[in-house]
Write a protein that binds this ligand. Sequence first.
Ligand code: AVJ
Ligand code: FE
Length: 427
Amino acid sequence: MKEQIAAQLLAVRDRSLSYTDADDHLLVRQHSPLMSPLVWDLAHVGNYEELWVLREVGGITPLRPEIDDIYDAFKTPRRDRPSLPMLGPAEARKYIEGVRGRVLDVLDKVDFDDPNPLKSGGFVFGLVIQHEHQHDETMLATLQLSREPGLVSDGDLPAGRPVAGEVFVPGGPFTMGTDVNPWAYDNERPAHTVDVAAFWIDRVPVSNGDYLAFVEDGGYRDPRWWHPEGFRLGLQAPLFWTRDDGGSWWRTRFGRAELIPPNEPVQHVSWYEADAYARWAGKRLPTEAEWEKACAWDPAAGHARRYPWGEEPPAPGLTNLGHRAARPAPVGAYPAGASAYGVEQMIGDVWEWTSSTFQPYPGFRAFPYREYSEVFFGPDYRVLRGGSWAADPAAVRATFRNWDYPQRRQIFAGFRCARDASPGEAR
Ligand code: AVJ
Ligand code: FE
């Protein structure tokens, strides 16, 4: 287990270093007021590792206490971070490497059977590995916003296949969340029973081609489909989309323009756009509970699966996670990754907006700190599920919860639709 953790620490660090392997001016510049300079994320992941592994678990005195405030996400909002006296790129790399050396010493000595919940099951290492992968995904969103070409690698993905229609999910109780996953975040706990009414859910995410039909139907101009706050934003198409004079639609993906592939799941849409599309289509977004039931519940076994396909770890034939290519796979690319109900691509490809606001589960307890989840609970954020192509398998599972403001579009988010079953449809 310790070897596996060491390997995962190494892998995530390689990933962070590859996203910051760019000229210094691109690392210190703020590419969007929504994002930190890349060099802030880089040092922040090291500082987080220092706080949790070295100080809390290792009892090691602070290496550079004077920089703590700079990398405290709550002290300075993202838009103001360029004015911070951040470590420069070379200094940041040196700092995080110094932290990492000591982290490996702590890993070597720690007892995973210790009752301290940070140590037991290696929780604190899961915490920092997931945290760094989450920031790596954030860095990819920053790189996409930068419109700089040549910084992000692409790759091959399986072909899609035509998949249409919806899947029926019978009503009845299922188990939502987890008590047993040792690396689950506090917001995924505790496991609890939720009874949902029967519903229909799209077999695959909404594709660019599907979404274009909404755009070309004038969907953005028709207030009937929109939450009033979303309509007021005056949007015209997903972020990074443009229409040329001949009527063809293009997107800019990591600094390069390309024709929009119709069979890829749509991404870079806000919750408002997803919500409007669903209403135009005569449907709605799934609730978070519906999404998790369709993804993970195994009705024959009477328990939840870790992934839609079962317990087997994510693999290239099952799902598109871990930045194998810099885009989602086409719809229908992963028949082997289907859930027990036959729903596809719930894990990987794009984060999926749900209709739910971010709320604690009954019996929630903040751990190890309130600022991971608890301070974000309430009506302001909508929940996203399933992970994107840019999320790492270490930070994605059927119970994993992400959240953002409903107007945000820089994340790798799309959606699928659902609708109520009518009373006669129970099966
Ligand atoms: C769970 C993606 C909303 O980026 O704000 C990173 C993850 N928390 N550092 C975020 C996180 C602390 C978080 N999200
Ligand atoms: Fe963070």
